[in-house]
Ligand binder design. Structure first.
Ligand code: ADP
Ligand code: MG
Length: 416
């Protein structure tokens, strides 16, 4: 069983916490600003708890893809500043990822202090494919601390030094955010209230095939929109014009449809779609039934009849998992289907879970009330892997204590 924060006595202990603070940034007139601090906010319960418990907290986080070298534009400086504001105490950012200077600062921390190390991906060992290189970096971190808390849900599907290797070297617990994410996904994956509906969309079938393959065993109905719907429609013989069509997926889509029929799972496809000559040719946008897609048009959203039908299903279900926008929601002319589904999710009394980076972004950018959903995942890739039924390395590592290396200055960490 994975330990949770309440299982451990953190008072006076130095605790490494891996968080996902990979927020979107924009530089305006030379000043770098955080566009969306949702991920920082989502991590606050863990840090507030640890501070109140009297831990000495060392934050491990990454920003962007510096690919193992120091990229000043990807410094965690703005993140540490915002995090400190939200937490209500100063969070000094150490300019290094590891090393003697870090050890020196950490050794002088007081109970309740929080410091952040610089972007862990500035060090090439963080994401190295070589386990001994990763282990090397992880060991340098483990020597700083008595315990590890894994709370970076957005990275728990990665085999990386700050996610898995260091977790194996210290007594570990799952943070509040990871625990919340797991509780939501375990409810829909193991014990969903029925009817259980899954709404899938997004660009490609190939991205979602493993999710389809896993969920089909458990769901009652599957609603399909987005670009991937056109491969399903083509598999049924419809002419989809210039829509996104993955020819190589047609056989697999037919096989999945066949299995769904055997299992008694209804796959519901759009009956009308918004088409246009191109993504930027919004003047040509028009609604057509799926059997009348002009050969020089592409489908860019579900149509109003489909949106209403999907919404009605969402509102009357007991459990709804939604992954993938219904159309190219980034363009206002093609966002109505995604908006309708998001609003139905918000309105539904069902247990509603949103997975997928773009789906969560769509909810935010369309101004839908996020608090009306039961759970919006903070991890795109990680949430998809959970929906695929996979074990995530960052979660497994929390249970694998390979080599306890408790610091000599503290007595062994006790579970309370
Ligand atoms: P998520 O990140 O939520 O898992 P995806 O990454 O699978 O979602 O898909 C999101 C992308 O799918 C969006 O950028 C959106 O523009 C695109 N998309 C949705 N519908 C279509 C369509 N009909 N044709 C092309 N792209 C689409
Ligand atoms: Mg995506």
């Amino acid at each position: 069983m994975t330990a949770l924060l309440d299982d451990v006595d953190f008072a006076g202990r130095t605790v490494l916490v891996r968080a996902d603070f990979n927020v979107p940034l924009a530089t305006v007139e030379g000043v770098t600003k955080i566009i969306d601090d949702g991920r920082i906010r989502a991590a606050l319960p863990t840090f507030s708890y640890l501070v109140a418990a009297g831990a000495r907290v060392v934050v491990l986080a990454h920003l962007g893809r510096p690919k193992g070298s120091v990229v000043p534009a990807l410094s965690l400086t703005p993140v540490a500043a915002r995090f400190g504001e939200l937490l209500g105490q100063a969070v000094p950012l150490l300019p290094q990822v590891c090393g003697d200077d870090v050890a020196d600062v950490v050794s002088k921390m007081s109970d309740g202090d929080v410091v952040m190390l610089e972007n862990v991906r500035f060090d090439p060992r963080e994401t190295s494919k070589d386990a001994s290189e990763r282990g090397d970096l992880a060991a340098s971190w483990s020597r700083l601390a008595d315990a590890y808390v894994g709370d970076g849900f957005g990275v728990v599907h990665r085999e990386q030094a700050s996610v898995t290797d260091v977790a194996r070297l210290l007594p570990s617990a799952a943070g509040r955010l990871v625990a919340t994410e797991l509780a939501a996904f375990s409810q829909v994956l193991t014990d969903p209230a029925r009817p259980y509906l899954v709404v899938l969309g997004g660009a490609k079938v190939s991205d979602k095939l493993a999710v389809l393959d896993h969920l089909i065993n458990n769901v009652d109905r599957l609603l399909i929109g987005g670009g991937m719907a056109f491969t399903f429609l083509a598999a049924q013989g419809y002419d989809v014009g210039c829509s996104l069509l993955e020819e190589s997926m047609l056989d697999l889509v037919r096989a999945i449809s066949g299995r769904a029929a055997e299992l008694g799972v209804d796959i519901v496809l759009p009956t009308d779609v918004v088409v246009a000559r191109g993504l930027h040719d919004t003047v040509s946008a028009t609604v057509v039934p799926v059997n009348a897609i002009p050969s020089d048009h592409m489908g860019l959203d579900i149509g109003p009849v489909t949106a209403a039908a999907f919404s009605a299903e969402i509102v009357s279900a007991q459990t709804v998992v939604w992954n993938g926008p219904m159309g190219v929601f980034e363009v206002p002319e093609f966002s109505a289907g995604t908006r309708a589904v998001a609003m139905a999710m918000a309105r539904s009394a069902a247990f509603t879970v949103v997975g997928g980076g773009d789906s969560a972004a769509a909810i935010r950018s369309l101004g839908i009330d996020e608090s009306a959903m039961s759970h919006i995942s903070t991890g795109g890739g990680a949430s998809l892997e959970l929906l695929e039924g996979r074990d995530l390395p960052g979660l497994l590592a929390l249970d694998e204590l390979v080599e306890p290396t408790l610091s000599s200055t503290h007595p062994p960490l006790k579970e309370s």
